[in-house]
Design a protein around this ligand. Structure first.
Ligand SMILES: NC(=O)c1ccc[n+]([C@@H]2O[C@H](COP(=O)([O-])OP(=O)(O)OC[C@H]3O[C@@H](n4cnc5c(N)ncnc54)[C@H](O)[C@@H]3O)[C@@H](O)[C@H]2O)c1
Length: 392
C-alpha cells in the first residue's frame, strides 16, 4: 500500500514529531532490508514478528483512522510496550533514543532504561544544509561530537555520503545521515525535512548553511548569476524555514516549554556592502530581513530565528581550493596589488582583520551553541569576524 503524499506529509509533519516529544527519538527503520521485507505485507510482517524475541511489536493500520487515533495508538504502543510499531503503508518504526540503541535492541539486546553519558547537545536533532564540505561539514562534526543526531543535506550526493562516513568514524556518533537536497527547490526541501523526521523523529535545530558566491560588478555579472545566488542564499533560507517550522510548530503544540532554533549562516557581507560582490551581499542583507521577520512570526511557538555572520574562512575550500579557490582567483586577477603568491594574497586579507586571522569552524560553532543555549534572544545577526565588522 503506497501512502498518498498528503498522508505522508501528515505523518512526518504532525504525528512523528508529536510522538518524538513524548517519547524521545522515534526512528523509521525501513531502510534495512530485513525490515523492508517484513513490511511488504501483513502476513510477512506477522511471520517476521513471530521470529523476534523480546521485542514487542504493534501493528497499526493507517487507512481509515484520523490523526488523533493514530497518534494515540502510536503513543500507547511506544509508551506501554517500548517496542516496534508497524504502520501499514508507512513502514516500520522503532522507539529509542538513538540509532545505536535501537539497533542493539533489534539484535535482541535489552533496551537500557537510561541513555549513555550525554554530550552538550545530546538528544537534539539537527538538520544542516550544504554540509558536505566547508563550514557546514565542520559544524556537523562539532554537533555530532556534542551528541546531536545530525542530518547532512547537500546537492552534492557523492561528497555528502563520503562526509557522513568520515564523520561517523571521526566522531563515534552513528546518528549522522545524508539526504540529497537542492535548497532552492520547494519539493526537494519538503522531502529533506520529511527525511529528517523519518530518520530521527523530529527537528530541534535547522541550520541554513548552504550558500554560493558569484562575484562581479554591474557590467560583468549576468542576470542568471544574480538569480542563482539569490535562489540559493535568499530563497533557500525562506524555503528551509517554511518547512522546518512546520515540524517545530507541531512539537511546540505538544510541548509548549520546548525551545527550537533556526539559524542561518549569513556573512559579514550581510552587515556591510561588498564591492563587485553585490549579488552575494544583497542575498545576505535580505536574509537578515527574513531572520527578523521570521523571528517575530515564530516567537510565540518558541522558535528562535537568528543569523551568524562569520568573517572569511580562509582555511575552507571557498578560499583555499587549489584550483578554484578565491586566493588563486584573486592572484590571477591581480586583485591584490603587488601580490606574487597565494601567501601574499592571504596575508593581505588577514591584515584586514583586527585580530589578524580568518574565521574558523570553532569560532562559528561557539556562536551556534550560544544561540541554542540562549533562550532570551531572537531575530539577531551575530558577527563572528575578529573585529572586522562591528555593529552600529
Ligand atoms: N567561506 C567563507 O569565507 C564564508 C564567510 C562567511 C560566510 N560564509 C557562508 O557560510 C556558508 C557555507 O560556506 P562555505 O564557505 O563552507 O561554502 P562551500 O562552498 O565550501 O560549501 C557549500 C556547500 O553547499 C552546497 N550547496 C551549494 N548549493 C546548494 C544547493 N542549492 N542545495 C544544497 N546544497 C548546496 C555545496 O555542494 C557545498 O557542499 C555559506 O552560506 C556562506 O555564504 C562563508
Amino acid at each position: 500500500m503506497i501512502m498518498e503524499q498528503k498522508e505522508k506529509e501528515r505523518l512526518y509533519y504532525d504525528l512523528l514529531p508529536a510522538v518524538h516529544v513524548r517519547t524521545g527519538l522515534f526512528l523509521r527503520l525501513d531502510t534495512a532490508e530485513e525490515f523492508l521485507h517484513a513490511a511488504a505485507s501483513h502476513d510477512a510482517f506477522e511471520q517476521w514478528r513471530r521470529h523476534r524475541k523480546g521485542m514487542p511489536v504493534t501493528f497499526l493500520d493507517w487507512q481509515g483512522s484520523d490523526d488523533d487515533s493514530i497518534l494515540a495508538a502510536l503513543l500507547s504502543a511506544v509508551e506501554k510496550e517500548k517496542g516496534l510499531v508497524m504502520l501499514a503503508g508507512a513502514g516500520l518504526l522503532a522507539w529509542g533514543e538513538s540509532i545505536p540503541r535501537v539497533t542493539a535492541a533489534l539484535r535482541g539486546e535489552t533496551l537500557p532504561e537510561t541513555s549513555p553519558a550525554a554530550g552538550r547537545l545530546h538528544g537534539k536533532i539537527v538538520l544542516i544544509t550544504g554540509a558536505a564540505q566547508g563550514f557546514g561539514k565542520g559544524l556537523a562534526a562539532s554537533l555530532a561530537r556534542d551528541g546531536a543526531a545530525v542530518m547532512i543535506a547537500d546537492i552534492n550526493e557523492q561528497k555528502g555520503v563520503a562526509t557522513v562516513e568520515e564523520l561517523i568514524r571521526q566522531t563515534d556518533n552513528a546518528a549522522i545521515a545524508f539526504v540529497k537536497s537542492d535548497v532552492a527547490n520547494a519539493a526537494s526541501v519538503n522531502e529533506m525535512v520529511m527525511q529528517t523526521v523519518a530518520r530521527f523523529g523530529g527537528l530541534d535545530i535547522f541550520v541554513s548553511n548552504a550558500g554560493v558566491l558569484k562575484a562581479g560588478g554591474l557590467d560583468v555579472l549576468e542576470e542568471k548569476d544574480f538569480d542563482f545566488v539569490t535562489n540559493v542564499n535568499y530563497k533557500g533560507f525562506y524555503l528551509g524555514t517554511k518547512y522546518a517550522s512546520r515540524v517545530m510548530k507541531t512539537q511546540h503544540r505538544h510541548d509548549p516549554r520546548r525551545f527550537m532554533d533556526i539559524i542561518q549562516i549569513n556573512s559579514k557581507s550581510g552587515l556591510q556592502g561588498s564591492n563587485r560582490n553585490f549579488a552575494y551581499a544583497g542575498s545576505k542583507f535580505g536574509s537578515i530581513g527574513l531572520v527578523q521577520s521570521f523571528a517575530l512570526e515564530l516567537v510565540k511557538e518558541n522558535i528562535k530565528v537568528n543569523a551568524i555572520c562569520p568573517g572569511n574562512y580562509f582555511d575552507g575550500p571557498l578560499w583555499s581550493d587549489p584550483e578554484n579557490g578565491l586566493f588563486v582567483q584573486y592572484l590571477r586577477a591581480g586583485k591584490v596589488a603587488g601580490a606574487k603568491s597565494i601567501e601574499d594574497v592571504r596575508r593581505h586579507y588577514e591584515s584586514l582583520v583586527p585580530m589578524g586571522r580568518g574565521t574558523t569552524v570553532a569560532d562559528v560553532y561557539r556562536a551556534l551553541v550560544y544561540l541554542v543555549e540562549q533562550e532570551y534572544e531572537t531575530g539577531q545577526a551575530l558577527p563572528v569576524t575578529g573585529g572586522q565588522v562591528m555593529l552600529k
